[in-house]
Design a protein around this ligand. Structure first.
Ligand code: ADP
Ligand code: MG
Length: 486
C-alpha cells in the first residue's frame, strides 16, 4: 500500500533523514520509534511531502506519490502533525469539517450528506461530539488532540500518518484512540504509520516497528525483533529491562532507575515467627518471589509471608474471598502478602538456616503427609482436592537470575521428594514411595542484593544449600508431624 524507498532529506542543506526504506501493507500499523531528534517527525514530513526529499521515492498503491494531484493525494493520505497551529478560532465541529476539504467538488463547496456523515462519525469515534460547539481554545491539550485526530479521520483517506497521536492523552483516551485506529486498520483496511514516543504502546499496537537513530534506520521488524533490551538501551542511552506483557505476545520495557542506597538487606531466622494460626515471615523490604501460593502466586515483590494453618474441612472453593477477608481482619496488606494454606498445625513447622562463606538460605517447612501421593501413579486414582500439606519456603540472601529462580524450584522439589523417600512415606493407594502431596506449595524468595547468581541447579553454590537445606528441613518436619500423630 505504502512504499518508502531510500528516502533522504532535511531542512535547507542539513541532511537529517538518510536512506530510509520500508513498506506497509494495507490494513497494517507501522510504528516509528527513536529518541528525541532522531528524525521521526522529519521522516513523516518527507513521506507526506510537507518537505521535499533530496533523494528517494514514495509510492502509494504502486504509484509514485509525486504523480498525484494535491487533491487526489489528500484523498489517499491524511496527516496528523506533531505540532498543531491552533491559533485559529474554530468550533470543534468546524475544525473536524476541515478534514473534508479534499472531498469538496468545484470552486463553491457543496457540503454533501457523505461529508456530514464522515464528520459525525469521526467525532463519535474520538468522543468529541459533546464539545461540537465549543471553541478549540477552550479545550484541554488532550481534548484538542482528539479533535485533530477526528479531523484526520474525517478525511477518510487510505493512509493515515500520525505523529505522536496519544501525546497529552490520559491512559483511557490513549487506549480509546489506539484501539479505534487499530480497528480502522483491521476492519476497514486503513494503513497507518505512526510516530510513538512510548515504546510500550508502539509494541502493543503496531504490527511492525521502525527504530530510528540519527536519521537512519537502526532496526525494522516485528515488535519482538525491535524491542530488545540491549538495542533500546543503546539507542536511547538509558538502562532498561524487557519483560513479557501479561496477556499479549508483545515485549514491554521498563526503566532501571539508579540504586538509591547501598544498604544491604538480610533476612534472618528472627524475622520468622510462629503463632497458633500461621508461620509468618516479615521483612523490612520486599523480596522477589516466585510461588504457587493461594494468594499472590507467581512472580512479584512481597514483604509478608504467611503459611496459614486451617481446618482439614476448610472449603477450598471459597479460598480467594475467604483469604481476602482473613487478611483484612488480621490487618495484613492484600497486595504485599503471600499466603499459603496447610492443614498442619503451624507449630509443627521446622525453620532452619544454611550458609556457606558467601551467603545464606533460610528454609521453612510444614509437612503433613497423611495424603501423600506418588506422582507417577496418580493416573490410577480419583482426583481429591486436599489442602496443601507440604509447604516449603526457601529464602535466599542473595540475587537470583530468572533461570536461578526456576532452577531453585526444581532443586527444592527434588530434595523434598528425596526427603519423602528417606522417611519412607508411601502413597496409600499404590503402596509405592510418595513424591509429595496433591497440593504442595513452594516459594522461592530472594533479597536481590549482591552479585547475581545465574544458576541454582543442585551443583551450584546456592543449589547445594537449597538441596541440603530442603532435604534436612523436610525430613525434620515429617518427623515432627509423625510424632504429633502418636
Ligand atoms: P524527532 O521527531 O525524532 O524528535 P525531528 O525529526 O523533529 O526529530 O528532528 C530531527 C532533527 O531535525 C533535530 O536535530 C531537529 O533539531 C532538526 N529540525 C527539526 N525541525 C527543523 C526545522 N524546521 N528546521 C531545522 N531543523 C529542524
Ligand atoms: Mg517528533
Amino acid at each position: 500500500m505504502l512504499k518508502v524507498e531510500q528516502i533522504s532529506g532535511g531542512y535547507g542543506h542539513v541532511p537529517i533523514v538518510q536512506n530510509v526504506s520500508f513498506e506497509v501493507e494495507q490494513g497494517k500499523v507501522l510504528g516509528i520509534l527513536g529518541p528525541n531528534g532522531s528524525g521521526k517527525s522529519t521522516l513523516l514530513k518527507l513521506i507526506s511531502s510537507i518537505i521535499e526529499p533530496t533523494a528517494g521515492n514514495v509510492y502509494i498503491e504502486g504509484k509514485l506519490m509525486k504523480s498525484y494531484s494535491a487533491k487526489a493525494l489528500a484523498k489517499q493520505m491524511a496527516v496528523l502533525p506533531q505540532l498543531h497551529a491552533n491559533a485559529f478560532s474554530n468550533s470543534v465541529y468546524d475544525a473536524v469539517s476541515l478534514g473534508r476539504y479534499p472531498h469538496q467538488k468545484g470552486f463553491f463547496s457543496s457540503w454533501s450528506k457523505e461529508d456530514e456523515e464522515a464528520v459525525e462519525n469521526a467525532m463519535a469515534q474520538t468522543g468529541v461530539q459533546k464539545y461540537r460547539d465549543t471553541m478549540m481554545e477552550f479545550l484541554s491539550g488532550g481534548e484538542q488532540q482528539r479533535v485533530f485526530i477526528a479531523q484526520a479521520l474525517a478525511q477518510c483517506s487510505n493512509v493515515l500518518l500520525l505523529d505522536e497521536p496519544t501525546n497529552h492523552l490520559d491512559i483511557a483516551h490513549q487506549k480509546q484512540i489506539l484501539d479505534m485506529i487499530r480497528k480502522e486498520a483491521t476492519e476497514c483496511g486503513l494503513t497507518v504509520v505512526s510516530v510513538f514516543h512510548d515504546i510500550n504502546l508502539a509494541s502493543l499496537y503496531c504490527d511492525e516497528l521502525l527504530l530510528m537513530e540519527n536519521g537512519q534506520v537502526r532496526a525494522y521488524g516485528a515488535p519482538h525483533e525491535v524491542v530488545l533490551q540491549e538495542q533500546i538501551a543503546d539507542v536511547y542511552q538509558a538502562k532498561v529491562s524487557t519483560y513479557a506483557h501479561p496477556e499479549m505476545p508483545k515485549p514491554q520495557i521498563t526503566m532501571m532507575p539508579d540504586p538509591i542506597s547501598q544498604h544491604k538487606p538480610v533476612v534472618s531466622l528472627e524475622q520468622l515467627t510462629i503463632t497458633h494460626d500461621y508461620v509468618q515471615l516479615q521483612t523490612e523490604f520486599p523480596l522477589k518471589v516466585i510461588s504457587s501460593a493461594v494468594h499472590n502466586a507467581g512472580m512479584g515483590w512481597y514483604n509478608t509471608f504467611l503459611n496459614r494453618s486451617v481446618s482439614p474441612y476448610y472449603n477450598i472453593n471459597d479460598v480467594k474471598e475467604e483469604t481476602n477477608q482473613f487478611l483484612k481482619e488480621q490487618g495484613f496488606s492484600l497486595t504485599n502478602t503471600v499466603v499459603m494454606l496447610t492443614a498442619v498445625e503451624a507449630n509443627l513447622a521446622v525453620t532452619r538456616v544454611f550458609s556457606n562463606d558467601r551467603f545464606s538460605v533460610i528454609v521453612a517447612v510444614t509437612a503433613g503427609v497423611g495424603n501423600a501421593v506418588d506422582a507417577t501413579r496418580t493416573y490410577e486414582q480419583e482426583y481429591k482436592p486436599y489442602i496443601g500439606t507440604i509447604n516449603t519456603w526457601v529464602i535466599v540472601n542473595g540475587k537470583l537470575s530468572d533461570e536461578a529462580f526456576y532452577q531453585a524450584m526444581i532443586t527444592a522439589t527434588e530434595a523434598k521428594t528425596k526427603a519423602l523417600a528417606e522417611e519412607d512415606i508411601r502413597d496409600a493407594q499404590t503402596n509405592t514411595v510418595a513424591t509429595g502431596t496433591s497440593t504442595d506449595s513452594l516459594l522461592i524468595a530472594a533479597t536481590q542484593h549482591g552479585e547475581e547468581m545465574p544458576y541454582a541447579g543442585p551443583i551450584t553454590d546456592v543449589g547445594k544449600l537449597i538441596g541440603r537445606g530442603v532435604f534436612e528441613t523436610t525430613v525434620a518436619a515429617i518427623q515432627r508431624y509423625k510424632q504429633s500423630k502418636i
